[in-house]
Design a protein around this ligand. Structure first.
Ligand SMILES: [Ca+2]
Length: 307
């Protein structure tokens, strides 16, 4: 694991930095938390599949996508993601490797059989947050890690019974402790267990920052730019759920409040180690900026001359 990580990190020019993180953590005696989980950057990512969940009713999460990469001529599921607009998918930065080719499957239910309503979309461009992986570089808002990426599809997808976008939450909104949200994904069914063929879903209540940052929970590893959910020791995200949504219903609308980011090395469903998500409401400005840039918005100019 360590060798693979370093090699892949090295390609991104972050090797030295990651070592520093590790060394500093060892010094801080936080040895129970492996350094690679701080800002998870394994490729293919090794995080989060739903443990303790149940089969989702087919197509009941129409914004859930499967991010797949090409391997030996076949496509493999690596991460989840969320459709947020006809040609935009939200996922985790640690799901993306610059050396791999990706595709997005929308309207998917069972990864092993052909599903009516599933659509394969080509990727035009992937934009990884420019400050991704800077766990120790905390900005003025107290943000760090920035485990978020946007995928622009080559063609906009048609809305259908099986494919719909999730809403983005209002800028800055933090849900209260215990708010009932749902995690979905094709990740592992238990720690080191089999992958799910059928999309899994599980209720995962929000754990507020005050609780999640307590020393016997995640302590200082969670930033205010993250949201925690779960931690009961039964239900959790697990390897393969990364990038997928934490979906929360508010005022009758389903909003994507989290992007599955990391879990505990002690096991996916460890008590007081809730699944940690990138808090989408902390990145609304970033999402809008990226989308505006790629749209190449043309601003109207009044065609008069000033005399
Ligand atoms: Ca299928």
């Amino acid at each position: 694991m360590c060798t693979i990580e370093l090699r892949e990190v090295e390609e991104d020019g972050l090797c030295e930095y990651s070592h520093n993180v590790w060394v500093k953590l060892m010094v801080s005696s936080l040895i129970s938390v492996p350094w690679q989980l701080l800002c998870p950057h394994t490729v293919p990512p090794l995080l989060a599949r739903v443990v303790g969940g149940e089969d989702a009713r087919a197509h009941s999460w129409p914004w859930q996508i499967s991010l797949q990469y090409s391997r030996n001529g076949a496509w493999s599921h690596t991460c989840g993601g969320t459709l947020i607009a006809p040609s935009w998918v939200l996922t985790a930065a640690h799901c993306i490797s610059s050396s791999l080719t990706y595709r997005v499957v929308l309207g998917e239910h069972n990864l092993e059989v052909e599903d009516d309503g599933a659509v394969v979309a080509e990727v035009e461009k992937i934009i990884v947050h420019e400050k991704w992986n800077s766990f120790l570089i905390i900005d003025s808002k107290g943000y760090g890690c920035n485990d978020i990426a946007l995928i622009k599809l080559s063609q906009p997808v048609q809305r259908s019974d099986t494919i719909q976008a999730a809403c983005l939450p209002p800028n800055g909104l933090e849900l209260e402790n215990g708010y009932p949200c749902e995690i979905t994904g094709w990740g592992r069914l238990s720690t080191n267990g089999p992958l799910a063929e059928v999309l899994q879903q599980a209720r995962l209540p929000v754990v507020d920052h005050e609780t999640c940052s307590q020393s016997d929970w995640w302590g200082g590893l969670v930033r205010t730019s993250m949201v925690c959910a779960g931690g009961d020791g039964v239900v959790a995200g697990c390897n393969g759920d990364s990038g997928g949504p934490l979906s929360c219903q508010r005022n009758g609308l389903w909003e994507v409040h989290g992007i599955v980011s990391f879990g505990s090395s002690w096991g996916c469903n460890t008590a007081k180690k809730p699944t940690v998500f990138t808090r989408v409401s902390a990145y609304i400005d970033w999402i809008n900026e990226v989308r505006a840039e790629l749209w190449g918005w043309v601003l109207p100019v009044l065609l008069h001359v000033q005399v």
